[in-house]
Each structure stands twice: as structure tokens, then as C-alpha cells.
Write a protein that binds this ligand. Sequence first.
Ligand SMILES: Nc1ncnc2c1ncn2[C@@H]1O[C@H](COP(=O)(O)OP(=O)(O)OP(=O)(O)O)[C@@H](O)[C@H]1O
Length: 711
Amino acid sequence: MEETRKTILDQPPTSDPASLLLHLPPSAAAPAPPQIMLTEEGNNSCSYSISPSNEASLFEFIVPGRVRVFVRLRPRNTEEMMADADFADCIELQPELKRLKLRKNNWDSDTYEFDDVLTEFASQKRVYEVVAKPVVESVLDGYNGTVMAYGQTGTGKTFTLGQLWEEDTSDRGVMVRSMEDILADLSPITDSVTVSYLQLYMETIQDLLNPVNDNIPIVEDPRTGEVSLPGATVVEIRGQQSFLELLRVGEAHRVVANTKLNTESSRSHAILMVHVKRCVVESEDIVFSENDDTSHLTKPSKPLVRKSKLVVVDLAGSERLHKSGSEGHMLEEAKFINLSLSTLGKCINALAGNNTHVPFRDSKLTRLLKDSFGGTARTSLIVTVGPSPCHRGETSSTLLFGRRAMKVENMLKIKEEFDYKSLSRKLEIQLDKLIAENERQQKAFENELEKIALEAQCRIAEVERSFADALEKERLKCQMEYRESVKQLEQKLVLSQERHDCNGFVDDRGEGHTLSSVDEVAEVKRLVENESKRRKAAEEEVENLKSQLGKYTQAEEGGDEEIIKFCNILEDEANQKKKLEEEIIILRSQLLQLNFEADQMRRCLESESSGNAFPAMDSSMSQVRNSQTGNGQKASIATLFEQEENQKSIVEAGGLTSLLALLRRCEDETVRRIAAGAIANLAMNVISLFFLSSTCMSLSLQHCLYFTRIL
Ligand SMILES: Nc1ncnc2c1ncn2[C@@H]1O[C@H](COP(=O)(O)OP(=O)(O)OP(=O)(O)O)[C@@H](O)[C@H]1O
């Protein structure tokens, strides 16, 4: 993997990785401030690595970390006190100098320096704090960590690491104390801790929590080199008590045997794997406003998570077969134990000597511990030794193993990843809320739409009803008015005819009848005008209703059948209205004609009443008669008015006035008779003329009546 490595400027490079490690508290391993620069890979300085975005880890923070080695001296046991009572311990510890002396003989000894030496009086608490606590803190900061115990059989490896407390809580070993610290530091809401407990027995990995799982494979990530054990039981730890129960179950399944050197000698390597997952960025949560208004949703956060692993390895003890007295199956076990331990020693030698090849693959133990030695974990190794000079050789090789392990350099790596799971959970919650909100809004919108549609339908129906009512009323009104008008006209016509008939026998009342006819015509005109006004008002009403209907029709575009029906009705009404308008025009023209005729008649009658010239009148009368006899009732009004004009001129010539004056003045009986006869003739002519005019008027009225009936 190509990595971009950067060095923190304010962290001076050091030639001594150990000193750097000592001066770098776990908390200092947090992601660095942005004062960074490029540096060579492998430099003994802090490195900050940003992974490509397509990789699982978001970024890595790398610091060098040598394997730290501690020595713990077990106190003499009962046998040793008895057997070696006369001999001094083969080891002399100098804790203040962090070193020890291994006696070769009475006058010579070898001195070994370690990261610390723990006397036989060191409490379990002190051992934990010196050896394991820094590793546990690193794990809580996101690094992988390993605490491992190595030593001759019966020197206290299991006592140091796996001791549970039965009576005295102060006896608690590293495993229990580590979990106590982890549980105390993690947040039960955002963080989690899971545990697997396994044993490597005769090159087979068995699940101590579920012994049926007895051939668990080791899988190595080719990209990161990380080792995992798929198939191992993983238990989430919620409290210390449940963890203790788990350890008890595991211990019960661990293979132990009674040897000459240890009554409860572990015949397997025990491996406790503690996986810690913690949220390091308390990112902005999805915030909903108090009234749960989703419009206030903030951008979803990208929570970061650190995944780390603490591995506690209680190795089986190396043993000299002649000393342990292992035989048969135990001998086989011892061979496997010694083989795996010697492979571990070879790997450490190779790593310490910076060899290009490290034989990790030679045993399952070294494959499992690959990350702990020369890998990315912070590793503490506690080597346990006994004080007995009988085992000086084993103690010496143990100390040499420890010394070599001190040379192994690890590159501690912190990895942070996006917590996609948690992000996905948050997004799912947000999505659910958004979907619910959307559904709520959709429903509200649909309800509102339904309500509006219902209201619109009601209003349209109302408008249609009122429009239909108004239209019907208007139609009835018009009909009634027309009927009334026709009736009135008919009555008037009948009256006029009756009057004219009566007037036919009254010789000198023509003037009075003429005036009556004029009034009637004026009345008819007024009625027609009123009718026309009402029609106009009705048309305006129809237009108004049409425009209202148009609006509602627009609002309900694509509207329903009722509206289409309504439009058809409206169109019919418009056609009807058009017809009515045409008829009104015809009526008007009829009225004009009537007026004209009436006017002509009036003038004719006025002429009659003002006098006549007999010869002219005779001729005109004879023309009228001729026209009456020749063409029947079809005499044209124009011809009649021409004659009327002639008649008028004759009368104006002074005929009737002169005759009346002559009649009054003349005493001659013959002349008076002739004058009276002439006046009578003249009167007859006038009446005849009036009768003709009346006939014409009657014809016009009949004509009018005919049209109004059509309506
Ligand atoms: N520091 C100590 N103080 C008191 N007793 C101890 C100490 N270390 C070990 N013992 C005792 O020594 C005995 C052997 O210890 P333990 O079983 O832990 O050794 P071991 O190294 O695990 O042996 P093996 O490799 O055979 O499993 C036990 O009875 C244990 O209680």
C-alpha cells in the first residue's frame, strides 16, 4: 500500500525509539495537528498516514514502539524452599537499576537490563500497572496491544496473567484488571467490547468458550497483515462479572496436566482477544427541532470509529523433558509446546537481527503473534523466572529470549475509520423520519386537494343551479313578456279595428281616431323599447353568468361532463338569444314601418280635415278605388301616400272651406243643396280615404301580429 507519510514538526526525531515511546503518553498518540511534513518511511519518528479513500481506514497514525520486556521473579515455592534451602537464589534483582544478575557460580554472574524488573514481592497490581496498563491505555487510544508471558513451566505466567480472584481480589491478574480498565473507560452507549478466548493446543486452535470449535483457521489480511480467527466465539462484554464468568468457562476448558514441575501445568497457549470499538468523534447528530420540524434537519455526520485489539497470551511453559517427566501424550504436548516456542524464538531473533526473512509461518503461534512482534501492536512481554539455581539454564535462556525480544521494533499504528454502520443507522433513522414526514405531508396535501376539489364542485354545482334558475326565469319572463306584448298588441289591434269600424259611420270624428292610433303606436313603441331594454339586461346577465362559468370551467380544467353539458346549454341559450335578437331587429323594423305608416296616415287625415279640392279628390279617390278594385288589397302604401299628398294639395286649394263658407252665406236653395252635396261627397271621399289608410294600417298591424306570433 502506498502511503503518504508525514512527520509532526513539533515532535523531534529521535535515534532512540524507546525514549520516544516513553515520552509519548498514549493520549499524545491522538491525531496530530496539521503541522506535518513528508518524511522517509522507516524513520524513527511519528508518522501520520492518510489512506486512500477506497480503503477501510480513514487515516493511520504511526509511532515506533519497541517491544517492552519485564522480568518477574516468582517466590520460592514449598519444594524449592525445602530442596534449595542451603542455596542462594540464582537471580539477584536490582529493581532501581532495572536490571538483574544471574549467577553463573559463586563468584561470577551475568547482568541483564530490562524495561523493569519485578521482585518476588511485587504485587499483582504493580505488575499490571508496570507491564500491562500502558498497553491497555494504548488499546483504548486505538492501537493494537499485546501482553504476553513467557517463561519456564511453573514460574507464574498463568498466575500473572490469568489469575482470577477467588478469595482475595488483590490476586487479580492482568486479564481481569485489563478488562476492568477497559470497561471503566468505554462509553456503554457509543463503544463496545467483545471477547474471544482460545487455546493453541498441539498446533490446533480451539475455542475455549465453545470447545466444539476445535479447528479454527487463522486468516491473514493480505493488505493490512491483520490476523483474524473467523469462527471463534465472540462475546460482547457488558460488565466485569460476565467477563469473569467467561474466563472461568475458558479456564475450565483449558488443557492442564500435573507435571513434576507444576501440578497445574498449562499444556496449551491461551489467547484472550479483546476487541475494542469506540467512537472517537462525537459528531453532530441528526438534529430535529423541538417541534420535530424536519426542515431543520442538519447534515448527517460521519462518525469516526477506532477499532483496536488487546491480545493477552499466556504461553505454555518451556520444559526440559527429563525435568518435567512428561511421557506419552504429555510428551507429545511438550514437543509441540517447545516447537512453537522455539519458532517464536527464531522469529524474534530474525526480527532483532533485522533479517529479511522471519519464519512466522513455521508455527501457528508465530502466525498468531505476527502483529505483536514486528507488527503494529504495542507489545509488553513479561518473562517469568524462578529463583531456583536448579533451573539456572532455563532461566538464562528465558532471560536471553527477553533480551532479544527487546530489540524487536514495532510500528504502532492507530487506525480510524468511518463508522459506516453507525452512520448507516443514523441515516436510516433520518430516512424513516423523512419518509414519515413526507407521507404526512402527502396525506395532508391530498386531503387539502380533495377538500378544494369538493368545494369547487359544490360551487360549480351552485353556480350551475343559479345560472340555470336565472336562465329559466329569464326565459319565462321573456316568454311572458312576449305573450303579454302580443296580447296587448292584439287587444289594441282589435280595439283599433273596432274603433275604425265605429268611426266608419261617424262622419266628423276622424281627427279623434287619428290621435288615438298615434297613441297606440307610441305605446307599442314604448313597449318594444322596454322589451329591448329587458332583453339587453338579460343578455348582460347571461354574459356575466357565462364569464363566471368560464372561470369555474378554467379552474376545473379538463372538467367533468356536467360542465360540458352546461356549456352546451349555454351555447343553445346563446343561439336562442341570437334568434331573439334577430327577431327584435325584425320587430324594430316593423315598428319603424308602423310609425311611418301611422305618420303618413296622420298627415293624410290632417289633410282631409283641413279641406279638399273636389276634382283632384275625385280623381285621387277614383285612383284609390281603381287600385282597390284592380289590385285588391295589395295597394301600395307609397301610392297611397302620393295620393294623399295630392289630396292635401287639393284641400289646401281651399275647396272644403270655400264650400262651407258658400253654404253658410248663400241663400239660394239650389246652390246650398249643391254645396251640401259637394260637402257630403267630399266627406265621403275623406272617409273612404281614411278607410283605405286604416286598411293599410290594419294590414301593417296584422303583419306585425303575424311576426310576433312567430316569436
Ligand atoms: N508471584 C507469585 N507469587 C506467588 N505464587 C506464585 C507466583 N507465581 C506463581 N506462583 C505459583 O506458582 C505455581 C505455578 O504457577 P503457574 O501455574 O502460574 O505457572 P506457569 O508458568 O503458568 O506454569 P505452566 O507453564 O506449567 O503453566 C502456582 O501455584 C502459582 O500460584
